[in-house]
Design a protein around this ligand. Sequence first.
Ligand SMILES: [Zn+2]
Ligand SMILES: [Zn+2]
Ligand SMILES: [Zn+2]
Length: 93
Amino acid sequence: MNCFKRNKIHSISYKDINIIECNNCNKCYRFDNIQEIILCNNCDKYYCCGILGECIGKKCKYLINDIYISGRYCMNCAVLNENGECVCKDCLN
Ligand SMILES: [Zn+2]
Ligand SMILES: [Zn+2]
Ligand SMILES: [Zn+2]
C-alpha cells in the first residue's frame, strides 16, 4: 500500500513537468505532443491558438537548414498591418 502510494505521487510529479498549457485557452498538452503548440518568439509562452502569424519583418527571418523560418507571434506581441500581414512589435519600429 505504502509502495503504491509513493509510485502514484512520483508519476504525478513526473507528469506535471511534461505538461504545457496554452496561454490563450489554458488547454493542457503533453510535452511530447509539442508539434501542436507554437512558442511565441517574443514572450516565450506556448499557444495552441491565439497566434497571430509569422512576422513578415526581415529581423524575424532565420536560416535553419537552408530554409528560411519566420518567427511566430501571439496576438499580444504582434499586430496586423494594413495588408493583413503579421508584424511583431520589434519590426514595427
Ligand atoms: Zn507573445
Ligand atoms: Zn489554445
Ligand atoms: Zn518581427
